[in-house]
Design a binder for this molecule. Structure first.
Ligand code: PEP
Ligand code: MN
Length: 358
């Protein structure tokens, strides 16, 4: 009896090995086919051919398995082989470390992001007037911050809320930036407006709500202006990386990734700052990573600790919002810093022992 069991087990082991050899043989054939298809510019996946193969198999099938089971097993085998075909020329993203092991340093004029120096992107949520941006810029300059932000096209939750000054806002930001020798950053929301961004800005921001606006990403990929791409509020890291890939694949490799919090069930903060996204992104990609502490926390009292945590965990920079009088700001009045708070925020972050506990 036991002898019979052992024999059957031996037979089963043999069959497993035969199956393994056959699956690998199939894989080699599919890879060879893939190379020919690639050379002829044909697509790797051909659903009609897959249907024919499945029909042929089902015709030959005699049991004991159900048809559906056989179909399922073969579909898995087809899928694995297809992945084998695609891996050579699709799977390795241009943004991945695998593709480019050394860090990308994004240069916004003479301001570099991604080397060992920490950079800050500071300024109001929205450009409201020349005087408002000018006041903030004066303080930003005094604090040795190089990058000035201000929204001109505002993606607001309510259509009745302030939508931004549009091109006029970009112009104000540019003029104020030039006056103080600051590089300027603002969000572009429409593919056709990328050209406006190219004209007025030193860096174009693509916001969380537009992280998967693929037409916008493609346009951003065609210009020679650095892009700061924010993580979508419900985007996985893989989706985030693929969004960046859309830009790089069109030719623009100057991208900074910005973690800005994701939506979870937690209501104590506006979003949940996914702090470990920073080292994950740094590991997976060669792109610089920043953290927006304003939109992630939505709380003024958490801006400094969140910024410290971001730097401690390896972020290349921090973004936050500053307004001369946050109480009357036309957007995000809850969480922007006033100028004295901003000054103490930067001074504390610039202290050599910044990461020590209070
Ligand atoms: C912003 O930075 O102005 C903004 C709207 O941020 P987010 O896209 O991250 O919400
Ligand atoms: Mn804002």
């Amino acid at each position: 009896m036991n002898n019979q069991l052992d024999n059957l087990r031996d037979e089963l082991d043999d069959v497993n090995i035969k199956l393994l050899e056959l699956i690998n043989e199939r894989g080699r054939l599919v890879k060879e086919l893939g190379d020919i298809k690639k050379a002829q510019g044909m697509k790797a996946y051909d659903p009609e051919r897959e249907r024919d193969m499945l029909n042929h198999i089902i015709d030959q099938h005699e049991g004991p398995f159900e048809y559906a089971t056989i179909e399922h097993i073969f579909k898995q085998i087809f899928k694995a082989a297809k992945e084998l075909q695609e891996e050579d020329y699709h799977k390795t993203l241009l943004v991945s470390r695998e593709k480019k092991p050394n860090d990308t340093i994004v240069s916004i004029g003479d301001v570099h992001v991604g080397n060992s120096e920490t950079q800050f992107v500071m300024g109001p949520c929205s450009v409201e007037s020349y005087e408002q941006v000018d006041q903030v810029a004066q303080s930003v300059k005094n604090q040795g911050v190089n990058l000035l932000r201000g929204g001109a096209f505002k993606p607001r939750t309510s259509p009745y809320d302030f939508q931004g000054l549009g091109e006029e806002g970009l112009k104000i930001l540019r003029d104020v930036g030039d006056k103080h020798g600051l590089k300027v950053v603002s969000e572009i929301t429409h593919p056709q407006d990328i050209a406006l961004g190219e004209h007025y800005l030193d860096m174009i921001q693509i916001g969380a709500r537009n992280m998967q606006n693929f037409d916008l990403l493609k346009e951003a990929g065609k210009v020679d202006v650095p892009i700061i791409l924010k993580r979508g509020m419900a985007a996985t890291i893989n989706e985030f990386l693929n969004a960046a890939e859309y830009i790089v694949s069109q030719g623009n490799a100057n991208i900074i990734l910005c973690e800005r919090g994701i939506r979870t069930y937690e209501t104590a903060t506006r979003n949940t700052l996914d702090i470990t996204a920073v080292p994950v992104l740094k590991r997976e990609t060669h792109l610089p990573v920043m953290v927006d502490v304003t939109h992630s926390t939505g709380r003024r009292d958490l801006l400094l600790p969140a910024a410290k945590a971001s730097l401690a965990i390896g972020a290349d920079g921090v973004m936050a919002e500053v307004h001369p009088d946050p109480a009357v700001a036309l957007s995000d009045s809850q969480q922007q810093m006033d100028i004295p708070t901003f000054e103490s925020f930067i001074q504390q972050l610039k202290q050599p022992n910044v990461l020590a506990h209070d």
